[in-house]
Design a protein around this ligand. Structure first.
Ligand code: 4NP
Length: 148
């Protein structure tokens, strides 16, 4: 079983979408997908309504998800840890204990091209931001799924 963790700040907008999108592209018997946030503001909450809506528009139900915080023990549990942006990436690495932990962490958009782009935080914007995030994550997750 390969285990993939998607990480953003609040675990209510970007990483729940990444979790739902990748999950739909893999065999659930071979790949486990989860998500977490580096901040605890929204722990226990459903994904943001706008993420739920854009996922539903593309046929995905992400309402089974509840936000949780990223913890140091996630390094042992997961094989691949994808950060949505540079700030998430840096905050995850602060909890790494060794090179093995560090090597598990990647910026998700580097799967598309290795130029360190971030998935923009859509929280304070409108619905178009969520559509934009969905498209980027769909492209990245297609590549991730093809390699798993
Ligand atoms: P996410 O978006 O990191 O994609 O889940 C955010 C959600 C909440 C906040 C910021 C970003 N917040 O400041 O509460």
């Amino acid at each position: 079983m390969k285990k993939v963790l998607m990480v953003c700040l609040g675990n209510i907008c970007r990483s729940p979408l990444a979790e739902g999108i990748l999950e739909a592209k893999v065999d659930p018997e071979k790949v486990l997908v989860d998500s977490a946030g580096t901040a605890a503001y929204h722990v226990g909450n459903l994904p943001d309504k706008r993420s739920i809506e854009v996922a539903a528009k593309y046929g995905l139900d992400i309402t089974n998800q509840r936000a949780r915080k990223f913890v140091a023990t996630d390094f042992a549990k997961f094989d691949f840890i994808y950060a949505m942006d540079e700030s998430n990436y840096n905050n995850i690495l602060l909890l790494a204990k060794n090179k093995k932990d560090e090597d598990k962490v990647k910026l998700i958009l580097n799967e598309i091209s290795e130029d360190n782009h971030s998935v923009p935080d859509p929280y304070y914007g409108g619905e178009q931001g969520f559509e934009n995030v969905y498209k980027m994550l769909d492209e990245a997750c297609t590549i991730i799924a093809s390699k798993l």
